[in-house]
Design a protein around this ligand. Structure first.
Ligand SMILES: [Fe+2]
Ligand SMILES: [Fe+2]
Length: 231
């Protein structure tokens, strides 16, 4: 059970990241005027949808084994893609970034995705059925990385490797920031929930003690009611 508790958040976040990539690719597909590029983006989106579906299946398998109290924290809702920062509330990357930055983003993220899958692979085991699925996802990610690299070198040949390293460092920091933000939200939730419950209890106790007959106005001369009264 301890292993499941460790796997749940990792699979949950990965499924989010993959689904967000699929949506980003689909947005890019809609935006481009080049049929060749549109096809490339579309196929990439299809791969990312399949990846997210695989991770959601792995998540659901573990969710069924966990207690309801734990499992409900890992229920997917589409707005969490924005709340968790996988999709910006300012719009899709293709709309908010220059094409050059967008391709660099894809280029670096595909490599980062592959290395984060290596850790998941260790968690689920290389030789398991799930391990084989993850290995084939890693092959896809490397292919995406290769495609973005090819596109990049063709359109921006003057870009130096150190510039791509800066892009990569920036993305690594962003990914860490996203995890920190999510952890902070969870901590706030843990701190504030008892406070909300205590407040609800106090208000409930006060409401129970109120004599509601005082609120009846029938037969009352309203002119005699004090101006300070809440009636
Ligand atoms: Fe992927
Ligand atoms: Fe990918």
């Amino acid at each position: 059970m301890k292993k499941i508790h460790k796997e749940l958040p990792i699979l949950f976040e990965t499924a989010h990241a993959e689904l967000a990539s699929a949506l980003e690719m689909l947005a890019a597909c809609k935006e481009t005027d080049s049929p060749k590029q549109a096809f490339g983006y579309f196929m990439h989106a299809k791969d990312e949808y399949n990846h997210s579906s695989s991770f959601f299946k792995m998540l659901s398998k573990r969710g069924k084994k966990a207690s309801v109290r734990i499992a409900r924290d890992f229920r997917f809702t589409p707005p969490s893609l924005i709340r968790k920062g996988y999709i910006s509330n300012k719009g899709f990357l293709i709309d908010t970034m220059k094409l050059k930055d967008f391709i660099a983003f894809v280029y670096t993220n595909e490599l980062l995705a592959k290395s984060s899958f290596e850790n998941i692979l260790i968690l689920v085991g290389h030789d398991t059925k799930e391990g084989k699925i993850i290995s084939s996802i890693m092959v896809d990610e490397l292919r995406h990385h290769g495609m973005a690299k090819k596109f990049f070198l063709k359109h921006y040949p003057s870009l130096q490797p150190w510039q791509l390293m800066i892009y990569r460092a920036k993305e690594t920091i962003n990914n860490k920031g996203r995890k920190l933000y999510d952890a902070n939200l969870k901590l706030l939730d843990r701190l504030l929930t008892p406070l909300y419950v205590a407040l609800a209890y106090i208000v409930g106790t006060m409401a129970k003690k109120l004599n509601l007959n005082e609120f009846k106005r029938k037969g009352k001369n309203l002119m005699n009611v004090s101006s300070n009264s809440i009636l």
